[in-house]
Design a protein around this ligand. Structure first.
Ligand code: ADP
Length: 485
């Protein structure tokens, strides 16, 4: 803050006063000699002296008044500044008596009243301990002779307050310390916020530590899990190895047993046929019945053994695939021909719609599957019809050129709930015909394996309980194209 006019230095006034005074003395005596007759000189000189004294006194009074006014103004300004400070400001002498308190200090010192000057801190309303502590801080400032910063506390009507205080010594004209001035800013809210922040930070650290611990535990659990998984994988690999070995042994066993089993069975079937044909002599009724049972059981066993051997060979990947050129027409009529007689005996309408189409695939396998479908259709149909239809489909975007063999019957059909089971090995569905018609429960399982794994085709069906069934084989007409789909 700057003043509008710089006050003239008092020494200037003294100089002007000396010059004007000197000039007055000099010229007033000259004027006196010129204008006043000598007999009045003494009286005029006394009057002149009085006049001078009067003028000087007036001037002094004026100066003093001005000095007094400017002091008052300064004091008032200082007071206003000090009172309007948001911080607490006070001056205490070395004996701990108040010299000056601003309005903020007055508010927290209820004992101050209208004139707090000269009162001790205790008289002003501070507790004895607080007063002693604050005074001790004043004394430290006096001893060290320089400003100090500290935190002070004071219990007030609304609780304990914390102040950030700067105290500095006030010196007199000689430079010796005559009082201590303190400016204290209330930092209670800031302190509380800081404490809350610290508490929060601490809590946060705790949470982080807890989470870290949990994570570590989770990591360890995971590691254990991975270790046990690795162990399981190893066990599985070992088991798999053993299984493969067992599987290999099984295939080996079946392959070697096939010959051993088939030879005596063929003898049983052959000789019982010879006996039944009465080539060696006539048979009575009981012998005929028994021999028929032997022949039936022998054929069943042979069929079973053949199927089992086939399946194990396919599963072991040991099948010999023999693609050959043939006409679909021949295959179709041949397969249908085998069952036509049986169908007619049962009173079924048996129709075949073959087509001529050059094939190059494993004829024996395709024949086997096709025959199985026709045989099932005849087996599981008591009345109505069985129809065999062949068609051909040209290559399209997704599939190679292929033939479609359809066998439709009007037989007992398969209930929706049972349909998923028909490709399960050794499983024959419960039906009134189950006991009557021969079967191993391996036919469709084997057929699907052959069609999908060897011939590269698909087998599908639609059926309704008591509403007949339609089985469809879709097979690439050339085995070398099978991999295309
Ligand atoms: P199975 O030797 O018993 O005929 P399959 O594997 O050929 O064995 O057939 C499995 C089962 O599917 C049969 O037992 C039969 O219940 C049912 N099944 C197969 N084909 C037909 C069909 N055309 N009509 C009704 N049921 C059928």
């Amino acid at each position: 803050m700057t003043s509008h006019h710089t006050p003239r230095h008092p020494y200037h006034i003294v100089l002007i006063y000396s010059l004007v005074g000197g000039a007055w003395i000099f010229f007033s005596d000259l004027l006196l000699e010129w204008f006043v007759s000598p007999e009045y000189h003494q009286t005029a000189s006394i009057a002149k002296g009085w006049l001078f004294i009067l003028a000087t006194a007036l001037l002094l009074a004026l100066l003093l008044r001005q000095y007094h006014l400017s002091r008052l103004l300064q004091e008032r300004r200082l007071r206003e500044i000090v009172d309007n400070l948001p911080s607490v400001l006070y001056v205490f002498d070395p004996q701990g008596r108040a010299v000056l308190l601003n309005r903020a200090m007055g508010r927290i010192c209820p004992g101050g009243g209208d004139n707090p000057t000269g009162k001790s801190r205790e008289e002003l309303g501070l507790s004895p301990e607080t007063a002693a502590e604050h005074h001790a801080n004043d004394m430290r400032v006096i001893q060290e002779g320089k400003p100090l910063m500290m935190e002070e506390q004071n219990l007030e009507s609304d609780g304990l307050h914390t102040y950030l205080t700067v105290k500095f010594p006030l010196t007199d004209t000689n430079g010796s310390i005559e009082a201590v001035c303190g400016v204290s800013t209330d930092i209670t809210d800031r302190k509380r916020a800081e404490e809350e922040l610290n508490a929060y930070r601490y809590r946060l650290e705790e949470i982080v530590a807890e989470r870290t611990r949990e994570l570590e535990e989770a990591r360890l659990t995971l590691l254990e899990l991975v270790a046990s998984l690795n162990q399981k994988t190893e066990e599985l690999a070992n088991a798999n190895e053993r299984l493969q070995e067992v599987d290999r042994l099984k295939s080996l066993f079946i392959a070697s047993m096939s010959h051993e089993l088939r030879t005596p069975l063929n003898s049983i079937i052959g000789f019982s046929s010879i006996l039944l044909n009465e080539w060696v002599g006539p048979l009575n009724e009981e012998q005929r019945l028994n021999l028929s049972t032997v022949l039936k059981a022998g054929r069943h066993l042979l069929a079973l053994i053949n199927d089992v051997i086939d399946i194990s060979k396919i599963e072991a990947g040991q099948v010999d695939i023999n693609p050959e050129e043939f006409d679909l027409y021949d295959l179709c009529t041949e397969a249908a021909g085998i069952l036509a007689e049986e169908a007619r005996t049962k009173g079924l309408v048996f129709t075949v719609e073959p087509i001529h189409h050059a094939m190059h695939t494993d004829r024996r396998r395709l024949f086997q599957c096709f025959l199985n479908l026709i045989s099932n259709a005849v087996k599981y149909t008591e009345q109505g019809s069985v129809s065999v239809v062949c068609t051909h489909c040209n290559r399209d975007d997704e599939r190679p050129s292929r033939v479609i063999l359809t066998v439709a019957d009007t037989g007992i059909g398969i209930a929706p709930a049972e349909q998923a089971k028909i490709f399960v090995p050794f499983l024959r569905l419960d039906s009134p015909l189950k006991g009557k018609v021969p079967g191993t429960g391996l036919g469709l399982y084997l057929a699907r394996k052959i069609i999908e794994s060897i011939l590269g085709g698909q087998i599908s069906f639609i059926s309704r309980s008591q509403g007949g069934s339609t089985f469809t084989l879709t097979v690439p007409d050339r085995l070398e194209n099978a991999a295309e789909q």
